[in-house]
Design a protein around this ligand. Sequence first.
Ligand SMILES: C[S@@+](CC[C@H](N)C(=O)[O-])C[C@H]1O[C@@H](n2cnc3c(N)ncnc32)[C@H](O)[C@@H]1O
Length: 279
Amino acid sequence: MNYRHAFHAGNFADVTKHALLVWLLDALARKPRPFLVLDTHAGAGFADLQAEPATRTGEWRAGIGRLLADKPPASGGGGTDDPLARYLAIVRSLGLYPGSPALIRALLRPGDRLACCELHPEDHAGLRARFAGDPQVGVHLRDGYQAVKALLPPPERRGLILLDPPFESPDEFATLARALRTGLARFPAGVFAAWYPIKHRAPIRDFFASLEGLRDLVAAELWLRAPLDPGRLNGCGLLVANPPYGFEAEAPALLDALCARLAEPGFGEGAAVTRLADE
Ligand SMILES: C[S@@+](CC[C@H](N)C(=O)[O-])C[C@H]1O[C@@H](n2cnc3c(N)ncnc32)[C@H](O)[C@@H]1O
């Protein structure tokens, strides 16, 4: 448990995940029936980018810092027709940089629920304090992978499961693939979104191969540089199982907009949305 997300909050990989997450949550909210969001690796909820430890790495400056430096559109943004403006309007409205639990909570409707799992005692305590007394949010000091077994399927029978592990351990891709299999077996209709780092391609090829047999999988990826250096976070991806209608059509423009703002041109940057398995 050495990983502390606060060092990396708001970096290019965090904003890419969060902008896609907002799109997915808006898509779920198109239908009136309530849903559960399970955030298996929730983090602390919010990060103060003007304070330690975010200032020590300064990673956010090349991520959310750049995005917020763009002026919001005259309309104020926030329309679902521009998913990046929509995400940024939510970030602006929440003050501190919102992690996944804060973004999810902001988009729950009355009747929807959020269950957060976080194993680090400090981050867990922060989350618990933030959501104390909130009847729509449960905060659990427990292994998020175990929660995929224990908390699914939800009684709502509708839901989004965000799997966002720290990738500290060399077998994280294998653990993530097992969790996806377990989760989809227990809750076949759930939307599962699993974040992964792109350093070089080989581990990702193996990850995709390990998902063989699962249906309806799409990978949404952004990379700042050609992913050739295994020692560097060159990009990131979100593997989505059961993507809501419109994801494949709309995610490319969102990723392209992010890539245009976050990458230094000329180093092999790019973005792609790839269908890995049919419905
Ligand atoms: C990448 S961060 C999460 C960031 C957060 N999802 C967000 O988008 O703002 C991963 C988090 O998982 C926590 N963690 C590590 N192993 C865990 C486990 N097995 N179960 C639950 N949380 C875990 C870490 O303490 C860390 O806060």
